[in-house]
Design a protein around this ligand. Structure first.
Ligand code: KMH
Ligand code: ZN
Length: 311
């Protein structure tokens, strides 16, 4: 990985894993998503990773019109890199997952590096009363859901967004095999350095949140990509802060946000995304590292610039 003292903080403000009953602080409406994004940027996040939700009931939606209710406002109020999810939510087709990004032509989107199980159903053992009927169904359906990201899908997204829009990618790698899949696309010249590799730990169906796995992911990424990548880490739930801290200590970048963990400490819900960003920022600075500005992040990741998007 390119040697730098700068740490890029990504904040993923709402996602599609958690449901409204799980936390009153989960941003749902375009106003809430806008405010959460601005707050995260003010606290030090240079990349904002975004999903949309149906404002009526909080269910994940791929609707580009809903995205367009917050994307321009985030762009106008901040200089953050806006990163649109192409992972969407459970039950969406690949076409639906791409619609908003194709319309918005962002600097960055996520790109998930393999098909996999993605189990959310264990949450049902801990919760029973839900505000909306869709919530328990959504969690239960994950028992029989395949998160589809075939080689063909990945090629399609690279062509459509990468070639078509000059969009670059947050490569979401939920297991070591996904690093090899990314290396395959690098060998074929379909992805170009510097790669932004997001190693993900603790999703049921992906690699577990054990620190041996973190070290192994780092070793294999170094072996496969050498100086051609920027490494970032996220971990689900209670592993979030300790994993991103270890990543920063290992020269990596970090991703926090309510998409991946609703907590700020043991048993304590985060009241906002910005509180999680502020916490990791303090840790980064205590480690004598520096937080990358959005412009520095753009430079480190070879992004096209915020004036070349269509929102
Ligand atoms: N929530 C992460 C574990 C995407 O948006 O494409 C996965 C993610 C996928 O962020
Ligand atoms: Zn996401």
């Amino acid at each position: 990985m390119v040697d730098t003292n700068k740490v890029i903080i990504t904040c993923a403000v709402t996602g599609s894993i958690h449901t409204p009953t799980m936390s009153p602080h989960l941003p749902i409406t375009p106003d809430e998503i806008t405010d959460a994004s601005i707050g995260a940027w003010e606290a030090g996040a240079s990349i904002i990773h975004l999903h949309a939700r149906n404002p009526e009931d909080g269910s994940p939606t791929p609707d580009p019109d809903v995205f367009m209710e917050f994307l321009p406002r985030v762009k106008q109020a901040t200089d953050a890199v806006v990163n649109i999810s192409t992972g969407g939510g459970h039950g969406m087709t690949v076409q639906q997952r791409l619609e908003a990004a194709v319309k918005a032509s962002p600097e960055m989107t996520s790109l998930n590096m393999g098909s996999m199980n993605f189990g959310l159903f264990p949450i049902l053992d801990k919760m029973s009363d839900f505000q909306h009927d869709w919530e328990p169904k959504y969690l239960e359906n994950s028992r029989d859901f395949i998160f589809r990201n075939t080689f063909k899908d990945i090629e399609y997204i690279l062509k459509e967004l990468g070639e078509g829009h000059g969009t670059r990618f947050e490569f979401e790698c939920y297991d070591i095999g996904h690093l090899y899949t990314l290396a395959h696309f690098l060998d074929r010249g379909l992805v170009k350095p510097p790669l932004f590799v997001q190693s993900i730990f603790g999703i049921l169906g992906g690699i577990g949140a054990d620190e041996e796995n973190l070290m192994h992911a780092r070793r294999i990424a170094n072996k496969l990509f050498g100086d051609d990548y920027q490494w970032s880490v996220l971990a689900a739930g209670r592993h979030q802060m300790n994993f991103v801290t270890m990543a920063a200590m290992l020269g990596g970048n970090v991703r926090v946000g309510l998409e991946d963990s609703l907590y700020i400490g043991k048993g304590k819900l985060a009241e906002s995304n910005k509180d999680q960003v502020a916490k990791i920022r303090r840790i980064i600075e205590d480690l004598s590292l520096e937080v990358a500005s959005p412009e520095e992040a753009r430079e480190m990741l070879g992004l096209k610039g915020g004036d070349l998007v269509q929102f």
